[in-house]
Design a protein around this ligand. Sequence first.
Ligand code: ADP
Ligand code: MG
Length: 466
Amino acid sequence: MTTDETARGSESKNNLNAQWAAVCGLLRAEIGEAAYQSWLKPITVRDIQSGEVKISVPTRFMRDWIVAHYLDRLTDLWGKQNPAVTAIDIAIQSEREALAPLPGKKHAGDVAGARPGSQSTRYSSDLSAPLDRRCTFEQFVVGKPNEFAYAASRRVAEAAKPPFNPLFLYGGVGLGKTHLMHAIAWHIRERTPKRTVIYLSAEKFMYRFIRALREQNTVDFKDQFRSVDVLMIDDVQFISGKDSTQEEFFHTFNSLVDQGRQIVISADKSPSDLEGMEERLISRLNCGLVADIHATTYELRLGILQSKAEQLAVKVPQKVLEFLAHKITANVRELEGGLNRVVAHAQLVGRDITLETTQEVLHDLLRANDRRVTIEEIQKRVAAHFNIRVSDMHSARRARSVARPRQVAMYLAKQLTARSLPEIGRKFGGRDHTTVMHAVKKVEELREHDSSFAEDVELLRRMLEG
Ligand code: ADP
Ligand code: MG
């Protein structure tokens, strides 16, 4: 090896370590300190070969746990640091030393889904990004906020010819857009394996396009897409303002649509709200079906938690699930992350999952969700809604016209913040915690028997959460 090569080798190793530090930092923030210490810290980063990062861990148990809980997220985050990375291979240290291949381990290019013991898998097409095995229609919990997007995605997956072109899915982060796209891909893969499906992030699309430009083989780049039956591009907002990529995308898009191929696009905004997009592209995107995914509701969150707990095959008390569904309202990814942390903690310390341990393990996450709404805001909103003065929230007046709204505000304070009953009591003119408890019970009762009251409370909750 020449000095030059050695230098290059250590430089890429430095890069790899820097990428790992970044990935690790992000995931650490997501999963918390305890899980970080247990699962991420012991990881050793080895090498990168043709887009596959090689890492190793001390035990088989650790490998299986990381594969089941963190591998997809790791791959995702790493791909964002370095778009060339498409897969992560985890070895067990002692086995790595003996150079023994991992049981069940196959190589990139093998048929998707054929890797036992792994939840992640790869596609035969080198263009397509890896698909998450868990992101199928069966695993997607349907509720009011996502039923339209779900139905549209199913139609696309089941139809022989594009029922609408493109299908444009949009919604906030962590609400299931990528999940639905993967589900479409899995469905088509399984039912009609002859059809080629390509799923790729807009970022990756751009990266490949730029590489083709640099290597002067844009003709090859175009050819790759020519035989595609279904093209899915995720997070298309990413190419806002990137003119040459948009230009290329526009042409690829048009030629595929003209040939009757299906296109599925996702973004965080509706086509018309995407800034920095060319007019002609926007009008093209608007041509098919635009389906939005709304923010989650309590019912959907609870449904998702129940389904995830079943998949993890652990017994989580209903009270804990309800607590999480109330408290973690930002998006499904956070909700899932919260549940995983609670489960991992319980298994690690060998204790049952309780409301107390849940609050303990998730205190940082809960605080972050909490900051969104304060008791003062709740009091203001509720007072305005019922047309009373904010000062009546603290006053000793007992007339029903002010007592009821006050109870509603206490109830919402209990549901939407992590404040304890005594703390809430103090904020309502120094009332006793039993008064708050009584208010919560009363409102729950009324909600059950009076549907217009229930609607009022639901409306207030949504306004406060949004
Ligand atoms: P987005 O692409 O919109 O940012 P994702 O599709 O990546 O969101 O979803 C984030 C996480 O939440 C994923 O793990 C996904 O499987 C899960 N998820 C989202 N919506 C649902 C749902 N309705 N049912 C089950 N899991 C869901
Ligand atoms: Mg996504």
